[in-house]
Design a protein around this ligand. Sequence first.
Ligand SMILES: NC(=O)c1ccc[n+]([C@@H]2O[C@H](COP(=O)([O-])OP(=O)(O)OC[C@H]3O[C@@H](n4cnc5c(N)ncnc54)[C@H](O)[C@@H]3O)[C@@H](O)[C@H]2O)c1
Length: 357
Amino acid sequence: MGNVQNQARLVAVVDPHPPERGSAAASAGVPWFADLEALLASELVVDVAVLCTPLPTHAPLTTTLLRAGIDVLLEKPPTTTLAEFTGLCTTETETGRLCQVGFQSLGSAALAAVEALVADGAIGEVRHIGAAGTWVRPTSYWRRARWAGRRALDGRPVVDGVCTNPLAHAVATALRLAGARRVEDLTNTEVELFRANDIEADDTSSLVLTSRTGLRIAAALTLCAPVSTDPWVALYGTSGLVRLHYTRDEVSLELAGRAPVVSRYDRTDLLANLLAARQRGEALLNPLADNGAFMAVLEAVRVAPDPTPIDPALISWQPAVGAGAVDVHPVVSGVTEAVHRVASTGTGFRAVKAPWA
Ligand SMILES: NC(=O)c1ccc[n+]([C@@H]2O[C@H](COP(=O)([O-])OP(=O)(O)OC[C@H]3O[C@@H](n4cnc5c(N)ncnc54)[C@H](O)[C@@H]3O)[C@@H](O)[C@H]2O)c1
């Protein structure tokens, strides 16, 4: 709520667990409800909900909120199946409410700057889009919640893999720059899922997607890098590339033989934008329906065979910096180089001969 202090007031917290002493929710001094039904049965008037709950709860809770006349800022990924997503889009239309999906990188003015550079011919013809994400996550990351690292739980899909949750912004940002918003904007989806951790879901994966216009998008994402670096999406052109570091709203124009030209941009908060849409009819920056292409990717990951375990001989376990003394994180041999090769060639891990693929 900090980003919209003068435009909205927190009126309630819903969570099965009461706010912890000293937390922002506790200091706000607002009523706490153990479930959404209890809030809706109260006399409180709620205009907007920020839904940041476990992935399998997204579809049912958002449906209930929209039907109760409440607009929703829904955390990513929107839902855990394409069918749920289609149903939620129908509910949004039927209720006339607003639902914005919290891919915060899509609120960045940097996206328009990238599009303007390409339209001006700064990198020639765009050949393909590459996305690279190399993060470190300790093993405790997968123990923080029952649903973490699961493909399904209690008979329901979860799809908590690297492409669909922690580094999902890379996928969503690449799709947006490719102009792929709806399910039908993608004509082909190839996924290669691997895992170094002892989890169900993927932690080191590549995606090669083809858009309706024939543009290829290759993303390589891992949580098993030696060090965490800021993820990026790059448009590779015939005379250079433009790289977007989407977590810092930074655009870098990289032409052969010249130093990169780096520019920083502002970002519109997606909750502020949702409020402006309610109050002044401003367009949503990431309306639910524009997440169809992302959901087509999530569906391909969901129905793909289980991730292939990476040969233990290629994994070293390093002490996790800043975590408890007993925590470690996996480092997959050659992963950073393979991720960058996928992004620059526009092909998957097998095609670039990643050591484990
Ligand atoms: N946009 C981002 O950068 C970003 C970053 C982190 C997490 N997220 C998203 O936030 C969401 C939550 O992730 P998390 O790791 O904090 O999950 P979590 O499992 O820690 O759950 C978050 C909270 O939801 C509560 N909760 C569980 N079931 C609930 C229910 N039925 N009703 C109300 N509250 C309920 C939990 O008690 C917890 O306090 C996910 O969608 C995740 O992808 C987004």
